[in-house]
Design a binder for this molecule. Structure first.
Ligand code: C5P
Length: 237
């Protein structure tokens, strides 16, 4: 598998074409950004950790009936994935109030929600991924109605898999962000990553944050937190 032309560079990953038109290579970088890239940082091992966590979770999601773009882990920082067209609608699923939800609605962080909340954002670095609703995505042609329906269904199925998975490992899954892609035949599959960059993980005993909020909020101990999350994710349930 050789890397060809770079198709896309995001804040934390690069995507390359390969000799197979149906497959890409994703490379995980050590770079981190927050607050619409106004805050930048980088630490050694971040890319490898997020790659390892995602590569551990995706095959288990597949086994639970959730189609994903993942094929295999190629190296510390690389994975082989199916070539998809990314739907430019990011999906956030919330179990407990935190972050922008708490700020926007004046709800104290840590308040358990009586049911999961699914939010949608327009995937745009330029605009800082603004909150939208499904009407916006339909009216602007970013997704089709049947695809949005499927995306919501999959997002909630992923939540139903992840919440007990992390609970068994002493972690409270507060919220998480997903991205979906479309295969040439129209099938919607989970793409991108599931990692401490894209989820809020709180230790169930201490409520200690074990995710990117340690970077966003200058809490220190970021490398240790990511390493601990890798250890817990790969631990037997
Ligand atoms: O900041 P906010 O509270 O909206 O984030 C909700 C969840 O989505 C968090 O787990 C955060 O890490 C994730 N997120 C993300 N990428 C973004 C925005 C949020 O992974 N662009």
């Amino acid at each position: 598998m050789t890397r060809g032309e770079m198709k896309y560079e995001g804040k934390a990953k690069r995507v390359y074409a390969t000799e197979n038109p149906h497959e890409y290579v994703v490379e995980y970088k050590d770079d981190a950004t927050a607050f619409n890239a106004q805050k930048r940082g980088s630490w050694q091992g971040k890319g490898a950790t997020n790659n390892a966590i995602t590569a551990h979770l995706y095959p288990q999601l597949e086994a639970a009936g959730i189609p994903t773009h993942f094929i295999e882990k190629l190296s510390d920082r690389e994975q082989r994935v199916k070539a998809v067209t990314i739907v430019p609608v990011e999906v956030i699923v919330r179990n407990t109030a935190a972050g922008s939800f708490s700020k926007r609605l004046g709800v104290e962080e840590g308040t358990k929600l009586s049911r999961p909340v699914v939010e949608y954002c327009y995937k745009s670095d330029e605009l800082g991924d603004p909150l939208i609703n499904t009407d916006t995505a339909l009216a602007l042609g970013w997704a089709e109605e049947k695809d949005l329906k499927r995306i919501r269904e999959l997002a909630l199925q992923i939540r139903d898999f992840l919440v007990p998975y992390f609970e068994k490992r002493g972690v409270n899954l507060i919220d998480f962000k997903l991205e979906f892609g479309k295969l040439p035949d129209g099938e919607i599959v989970l793409a991108d990553e599931i990692s401490p960059d894209t989820c809020r993980f709180w230790d169930m005993e201490t409520n200690e944050k074990m995710d990117k909020d340690r970077f966003r909020r200058d809490l220190g101990g970021i490398e240790e937190a990511y390493a601990e999350m890798l250890r817990r994710v790969t631990a037997e349930g």
